[in-house]
Structures are given as C-alpha cells and as structure tokens.
Design a protein around this ligand. Structure first.
Ligand code: CA
Length: 225
C-alpha cells in the first residue's frame, strides 16, 4: 500500500510540482487549495502525512495544524515561505513535525517525508536503543559508546532519551524544557545549550559525530542517517 499524502497548498504551480514529484515516488496524493478543505480532507481521507503551506487564502496554516491535531496525530510537514525562526517555532509548538522553507529542494522534501513516515519510536523499557556505536538501556538508565559505560547526569539522560525517542524530528527548545524540567523555566536557552554540549562531549566520537544536530534558533534533532 503506498502512503497517502495530503498536500494543502494554494499555489497551483507548487501544488502540481509537488504532486508530480510525489506520485513519481509512488505516493498516493490528495490535495486541497485552502485550509478548510484541507482539514475536511484530513478527517475524511485519513492521510498518512500532510504537507502544509502556512499562507492559505481562507484560514492561516497554524489554525489548520491546531484543528488537525484535535483529531489526528498524522505527521505534518510545513512547507512555507515564512523563514523566521519565530514562525518555525510556532508551527512546531502547534504540533507540526517538521518545517521546510520555500524555495525547497525536492530531494530534501522526499527525505523529510521518509523520516516522518517512520512512526515515533516507542521506547520499550526492556529493549535497548542502538544507533551506530551508541547503545542506551532505558531500563537501567545506562548509556554505552563502543560498549564503554558512559556516565550521564539524570537531566542529561532525560534530554538524550527525549531526542532519541523522536529521532529525526526537530524538537523546539520549549518542547524539551517542558518535557525535561516540567515547565518553561528559563528566559533564554543557554542552560539547555550547556547540557546539549555536555551530552555531545560524552557520546560523540570521531566516527560518530553530529549525533545531535542544532537547528539554529529553533531547537535540536537527533540524527537518523
Ligand atoms: Ca500560499
């Protein structure tokens, strides 16, 4: 069964270009040229993924994310000309999974779609996470690099666990803070940056660098290549 993708985009040329590229890659496509139709299509057609433009003729794309999230956890990737960090953060905090700015590279869009279609990996208590030389035992709260036991502080462990759980997805500073500290406490994200730096130093090696990717001004993403 090909994955079904809903494209919500009012620009005919972009819509046609995306549809064609995705069909060529064996996806099934449905489309909507405004927000309300998009929301309705999402409810009735239950797509496996949504590509969403933010600047729509009837309602704003942010509202579309909100409405879809009330009923569905289907991955949403924003494709928008809005390139300010503020917009990216707002979209991710509203529940979008990823954000691509226009003009986009189609190969990047295809790659991000593949990542989002892999479902969020549920962390099973007794099954370790293994990625390259990194191994995490969630049950025992232990981290190994090349079989060597690495000591992380409880906060570092929580941050790493969160990043790994959403491997490939951009997590905003605010999202990480809410999940790790329980509330949005800091006026800037300096403290989080320090923790990330410390985790990197502990788990990254010469053959295994850029495990945690910085999305400048937005947040962090755990590498999945
Ligand atoms: Ca538009």
């Amino acid at each position: 069964m090909p994955a079904k993708i809903l494209i919500i985009e009012d620009d005919e040329i972009i819509l046609r270009f995306l549809s064609l590229a995705l069909k060529t890659n064996n996806y099934e496509i449905i489309d909507a040229k405004n927000g309300i139709t998009g929301i309705n299509q999402c409810m009735s057609q239950k797509p496996d993924l949504v590509l969403l433009d933010l600047g729509l003729p009837d309602i704003d794309g942010m509202k579309v994310i909100e409405e879809i999230r009330k009923v569905s956890q289907t991955p949403i990737i924003i494709i928008s000309a809005r390139d300010r960090d503020k917009d990216k953060i707002a979209a991710l905090d509203h529940g979008a999974n990823d954000y691509i700015t226009k003009p986009f590279n189609i190969d990047e869009v295809l790659a991000r779609i593949r990542v989002s279609l892999r479902s969020v990996k549920a962390i099973e208590e007794d099954k370790p996470f293994i990625f390259k030389e990194l191994k995490i035992d969630f049950n025992k709260h232990k981290v190994f690099v090349n079989e060597e036991d690495i000591h992380l502080t409880p906060i570092e462990f929580k941050i790493l666990q969160l990043l790994v759980q959403y491997q490939g997805k951009v997590l905003t500073h605010k999202f990480i803070q809410d999940k790790v500290w329980g509330y949005d406490t800091m006026d800037n994200y300096q403290t989080l940056r320090v923790f990330i730096g410390s985790i990197r130093k502990k788990i990254e090696t010469e053959n295994m660098n850029s495990l945690i990717i910085t999305e400048i001004g937005v947040g962090y993403r755990f590498n999945d290549d």
